[in-house]
Design a protein around this ligand. Structure first.
Ligand SMILES: Nc1ncnc2c1ncn2[C@@H]1O[C@H](COP(=O)(O)OP(=O)(O)OP(=O)(O)O)[C@@H](O)[C@H]1O
Ligand SMILES: [Mg+2]
Length: 454
């Protein structure tokens, strides 16, 4: 007989285990991005919440996200509408989205973990402060989280307290964190971390920055990376749109591919080449966020069936696949927003199209090795065009330059007395003629006499 009080094996996670696990496999930078994603979801909703295609003109210029990191603290503040009190009480702080939770329109957020994981990764003294508009008037609250106390408290419940707070200057969220974790402490004091953070923001939020969103790091705005493909002459990038129905929901897909930079001249490596190499590869965008950039791995197909491994020869290629759906859970997003879920049905469905576009480039660079001069000449007719302005086209077009077949050649080498060579040169009209030309002219002379014209 099992005694009554021994009839259940305790399987509840401990808070400490939970915090350790959720913060383990995500980088600090990706955690900061999770906070940016949340602000953007707020802004996108306020701006109308529609599918983000390259063509839409959603104006994000009223919205600002500022990030400050110091030796002893972290601050992110936005004016993107804030979290409502109801949302805070019912759902924003739960670990993992409840099944009943509505999916936000065209959001980046889907799993319900990003904010919590991010703040835990950064430090242990956290205040999340929100001002939102309630019946036309600003209303505010804050949620202080003292991680150490929360972890050690005997209470079984995992809730955080919501407290009254003064209004922020505009509706938005302000997250302040001190008592930094070891990893945050080390990273925040490194200028390189800040520099890389700015660079990654410039790239991964390029589509939002292009629509006027302001993201500031240490008080300085980050400018978005201009994503461009080269167009002109025989070079026409692909730009095709598709709509798929998944679980009665539309998933919009846009595929772009072509030459972003001329392939490298392996004989003369330069900084430009490195830059082209770094930017080359496939990009995957989910609801506006670049989740995979310049990928050269099997995640985007390289080295999988019917597709060679990435090689520096293919440098200069750029492909983008842009997914958008009202329901972010239908997109190939991973929880860290730093790769794609390769098992996603919609992603797998588009892989062959990505492969076809890539293969065109591979054969172009193969042919180019034989006829480099001709290829370079044609490449000069192209100019960089922002992806938003690329003309729709079902397939990528590249010049068809076949190497001219080689005619087998014979070399002639013989010696004659110099005096006779000079006499013949003079008879041919120029005593200073190169010996080689004397040879060629006498060959032609004899050839037409004995063999005749071709
Ligand atoms: N800056 C913000 N502005 C407005 N709402 C916010 C902000 N930060 C968080 N929220 C609210 O808190 C919720 C929880 O955020 P969290 O990042 O934990 O999960 P998520 O964004 O829903 O999903 P994911 O785990 O995929 O990021 C969000 O869905 C959003 O409603
Ligand atoms: Mg989120």
């Amino acid at each position: 007989m099992i005694p009554e009080n021994r009839s259940k094996a305790d399987a509840n996670p401990t808070k400490a285990f939970f915090v350790r696990m959720i913060t383990r496999d995500i980088t600090l930078e990706d955690c900061i991005f999770d906070l940016i994603d949340n602000s953007i979801d707020g802004a996108w909703e306020l701006a109308g919440g529609q599918p983000m295609s390259l063509d839409d003109n959603t104006d994000l210029s009223p919205y600002r996200i500022s990030i400050n990191v110091q030796n002893d603290g972290f601050l992110i503040q936005d004016n993107c509408g804030g979290i409502t009190l109801d949302d805070a009480a019912d759902y924003a702080f739960t670990f993992g989205r409840k099944d009943t939770a509505e999916t936000e329109n065209f959001s980046i957020g889907v799993y319900g973990i990003g904010m919590k994981r991010a703040v835990f990764k950064i430090g242990s003294d956290i205040t999340i402060h929100s001002t939102f508009i309630d019946e036309g008037k600003p209303s505010s609250f804050c949620v202080p989280i003292k991680v150490d106390e929360w972890l050690t408290s005997k209470s079984e419940d995992w809730d955080f307290d919501i407290e009254a707070a003064p209004d922020l200057p505009s509706a938005g969220v302000k997250i302040q964190i001190s008592n930094l974790t070891e990893v945050a402490l080390r990273s925040f004091e490194s200028p390189r971390f800040i520099q890389n953070l700015r660079r990654s923001i410039s790239r991964d939020y390029a589509l939002h920055l292009h629509r006027g969103l302001a993201i500031e790091v240490q008080g300085k705005p980050v400018s978005g990376w201009a994503i461009e493909l080269r167009q002109g002459g025989d070079f026409l990038p692909m730009r095709a749109t598709f709509t798929e129905q998944i679980q009665d929901e539309d998933v919009h897909v846009e595929l772009l591919a072509g030459m972003a930079a001329a392939p490298p001249d392996s004989s003369e490596p330069s900084d430009d080449f490195d830059d082209a190499l770094n930017r080359s590869g496939w990009y995957v965008v989910c609801n506006g966020r670049i989740v995979l950039a310049a990928d050269k791995t099997s995640v985007t197909g390289w080295g999988t069936e019917g597709w060679p491994q990435w090689h520096p020869q293919y440098s200069g290629f750029m492909g983008l696949i842009v997914f958008a759906s009202r329901r972010a859970d239908l997109l190939p997003l991973t929880t860290t927003k730093r790769s794609v879920d390769e098992t996603s049905a919609v992603y797998r469905q588009f892989r062959p199209k990505m492969r076809d576009a890539t293969k065109e480039w591979i054969s172009y660079t193969n042919a180019r090795k034989q006829v480099r001069v001709e290829a370079v000449k044609r490449e000069e007719f192209t100019k960089s065009v922002p992806i938003f302005e690329i003309v729709p086209r079902a397939e990528v077009a590249l010049p068809r330059i076949a190497p001219t077949p080689k005619i087998p050649e014979a070399n002639v080498l013989y010696s004659v007395p110099k005096a006779r060579m000079l006499k013949l040169a003079s008879a041919l009209g120029n005593i200073n003629m190169a010996y080689k030309d004397v040879g060629i002219q006498s060959f032609e002379y004899t050839y037409s006499d004995l063999v005749g014209e071709e």
